[in-house]
Write a protein that binds this ligand. Sequence first.
Ligand SMILES: NC(=O)c1ccc[n+]([C@@H]2O[C@H](COP(=O)([O-])OP(=O)(O)OC[C@H]3O[C@@H](n4cnc5c(N)ncnc54)[C@H](OP(=O)(O)O)[C@@H]3O)[C@@H](O)[C@H]2O)c1
Length: 336
Amino acid sequence: MTAIVQEVYGGPEVLHFAQVPRPALRPQDLLVRVRAIAVNPVDTKVRAGGPANTPVPDAPKILGWDGAGIVAAVGPEVDRFQVGDEVYFAGDITRAGCYAEYVAVDERIVGHKPQTLSFEAAAAMPLTSLTAWEGIIETLGVDEGGRDAGRSILIVGGGGGVGSIAIQIAKRVCRLHVVATASRPESQAQCRKMGADQVIDHSQRLRPQLQELGYTGVDYIFSTAPLGNFPQLVEVLNPLGKICLILGGPEAKALDVSGLVPIRGSVAWELMFTRPRLNVEPEKQGAILNRVAELLDDQTLESTLSAVLSWRDIQEAHRMLETGHTIGKIALRVDG
Ligand SMILES: NC(=O)c1ccc[n+]([C@@H]2O[C@H](COP(=O)([O-])OP(=O)(O)OC[C@H]3O[C@@H](n4cnc5c(N)ncnc54)[C@H](OP(=O)(O)O)[C@@H]3O)[C@@H](O)[C@H]2O)c1
């Protein structure tokens, strides 16, 4: 089959087309004919994850975990899907990705594709939706049914891939009052389009901006930003409030949580690959993707797709993502 692979670490130029064998199936795997993929920062981080031009250990490596396509074959223990089903998925970072004509993916972490969306609009959704859903509903414990309606949440980095769907889930599913952050007019407009009630600028101090809007603090914080701004998050958290972070890195070692003690605040992480990687109830991800598909089909949620390219433009897609300022999601057609 045709796939986009890398043999060495480096910039977008290390990505190239090659012929590789179709993946072998495990008992609970689907073989999916991939119709569209989406790019995520994890793709660029793995691509550049070692000294430039040194070999990647599992070459030829296939990146890319967000995909949508059609089930072409099933493993002997598959019981949720059939050949011909349209599916979408965010995959498992420990396995080969979906920059390829075919990918093998465990059926438990796959959802039925939203029927009303194109393959490109569907491929834009899984990884970020799982991150936002697990972060807001599981990690922060916000009620999906609206029991927490009217409580406040600050979503940091609201214009990006994760932020765009996080705003929608917080506002349109959980009915929270949403303040999002964005630093540019285009990303601020994206936050409002996704449903944010108010927008402030993460390149400026957060507390005075929230005070100006009349807040003494917020009940929840969902941050897609690097951890450098953590002291600012603690500063704007209400007593008994909760913070969900989705990034780690070296700053995590020195995170000063002392400001959370007197306010009984909490901080916890969301990492969407934890369930498949450590085999922790992976079927919950299939269930979340099916729920998100229903919400997309009944138009409670909308796809965050902002640009469609051909997979021939994969290097350009990586360059766009590496600006750190894309809006919504970039998807690529697996064509030609
Ligand atoms: N833990 C997980 O499971 C998980 C899952 C998905 C993503 N992630 C990570 O989360 C981060 C965001 O992912 P994404 O897919 O949303 O990326 P993205 O689409 O590339 O995010 C772009 C957005 O980030 C905003 N941004 C840039 N610098 C910022 C800063 N210092 N503070 C706040 N916002 C900033 C930009 O807003 P402006 O243009 O307005 O500045 C832009 O709208 C990435 O590092 C990614 O690797 C983690």
